[in-house]
Design a protein. Structure first.
Ligand code: AMP
Ligand code: MG
Length: 419
């Protein structure tokens, strides 16, 4: 049995804020960013569209062949037996056939070539017998077959992408097919990231006996390395209420979101709360989640502030469960497909008390019969960042859930789209 942490913190404190309530409070307190920018469509992947896109013309522009074959008029095909047609010319994509086509005649036609006047049907070349400059076909063909109609992809005048859409590769292709070069999108969210702690050092600094390399800023910057975000890296801040206050205030002049890690516990050097109390609307919550219990949330001027815990796993867990949904909401995305959660058989037992959500790092694996199972990554301490590195999914043990027995179904949140 995996024990998520074998010490006295297993005793669930009364009065903790349940995860769903904390998230609801966060989402209800967010400003929406309405500023837009106009950029080349090549750069719009994963941005939020800020205008409706209407098809200015049909795509495809003309009826064209869906096959390599022969274009003819279905009316000329005899209802029984074989019919012979004379091949009088050829049409290629980008090189149409413009002469008249009479009864009993056909043209050779390639995929994408415009269907000329006087024909309405394309016969696949595999269904044709070629005899000199004639073709023979049987009677089993219907009018209109193998023709892509003008506007069947995008009909002129129709709204094809709505403002608020999360822009995908296919959307960029659609805009290109209409000849659109630039489009209006929401501007990038500016997110400031700071690590707090006197023990922290930067990569390249000489460590002493008390030092600890700052890893939180690296995992957060990597998780936020997305086309819709501009990161403001604030570096390491010392454990001093004055330093924190000045730095957070300065960040609030440019950032939409400020994220700090560390200093939100009840230790004597935990000054994030103190600094924030002086700078405006800040709530400090103890959330019924493990890992990640203490969290400061609020506003400094126009910035949203998240004071995440210091332990590296607690950082990534609270970031995924609270900060990421806030980012999505602030981006104004209306339709982004969420990574689905799965109900999966757990291949080991996990000790758990009801009264808090536990976010266990898991390895989701497909079995040879196609079904999935999940197991933990092993030790689950909130300082064991390796548990995140080994994992490909979170196992979410809900607030009221007790110990999971081997073989029970558990909720699994795959990392895809999360990190
Ligand atoms: P704190 O809440 O500030 O006491 O932080 C809790 C623990 O998290 C510290 O004792 C460190 O071990 C660890 N920690 C805090 N900040 C960082 C950081 N930026 N990178 C890596 N570990 C950190
Ligand atoms: Mg600290």
């Amino acid at each position: 049995m995996i024990t998520t942490q074998a010490n006295c913190t297993d005793i669930v404190e009364p009065g903790l804020l349940p995860v769903d309530q904390a998230l609801a409070k966060i989402l209800s307190a967010l400003p929406s960013i309405e500023d837009n920018e106009i950029i080349n469509i090549e750069k719009t992947k994963a941005r939020t569209l800020a205008e409706d896109i209407i098809a200015s013309n049909n795509v495809p522009l003309h009826n064209n062949s869906a096959m390599d074959g022969y274009a003819l008029n279905a009316r000329d095909i005899a209802t029984e037996g074989v019919t012979s047609f004379t091949v009088i010319g050829s049409a290629f994509a980008g090189q149409p056939y413009t002469e008249a086509i009479s009864t009993g005649q056909c043209i050779r036609i390639m995929t994408g070539a415009i269907i000329p006047a006087g024909v309405d049907t394309v016969i696949m070349q595999e269904q044709v017998e070629i005899k000199n400059d004639c073709i023979n076909i049987d009677h089993r063909h219907s009018a209109g077959q193998n023709i892509r109609l003008a506007g069947e992809d995008l009909p002129k005048g129709e709204m094809i992408l709505q403002s608020g859409k999360f822009i995908t590769a296919a959307d960029i292709g659609l805009m290109a097919s209409l000849g659109i070069a630039k489009v209006k999108v929401r501007r990038k969210l500016k997110i400031a990231i700071a690590s707090t702690g006197n023990e922290l050092i930067n990569i390249g600094d000489t460590p002493n006996i008390n030092s600890l390399y700052d890893s939180n800023r690296y995992s957060l910057c990597a998780a936020l390395d997305r086309p819709d975000i501009e990161i403001i890296n604030m570096g390491i801040l010392q454990d001093s209420p004055e330093v924190l206050l000045a730095s957070f205030k300065q960040a609030s002049e440019t950032a939409d979101i400020i994220i700090s890690t560390g200093g939100v516990s009840v230790g004597d050097a935990d000054y994030t709360k103190t600094a924030l109390k002086q700078s405006g609307q800040v709530d400090f919550w103890k959330i019924a989640i493990k890992p990640g219990r203490p969290l400061a949330f609020g506003r400094i001027n126009n910035s949203v502030f998240f004071g995440l815990p210091g332990n590296p796993v607690a950082v990534m867990v609270t970031f995924s469960q609270f900060v990421l949904p806030a980012i999505e909401a602030m981006q104004g995305i209306k339709d982004k497909a969420k990574t689905p959660t799965l109900q999966v058989q757990c291949s080991e037992s996990i000790r758990k008390r009801s009264g808090r959500t536990e976010v266990i790092r898991g390895i989701l694996k497909q079995q040879t019969d196609g079904s999935y199972t999940v197991k933990t990554t092993g030790k689950q301490g909130s300082g064991i960042l390796r548990s995140m590195s080994l994992a490909n999914a979170f196992i979410i043990l809900e607030h009221d859930r007790n110990t999971v027995q081997t073989g029970e179904l558990v909720t699994v949140q795959p990392f895809s789209g999360l990190f």
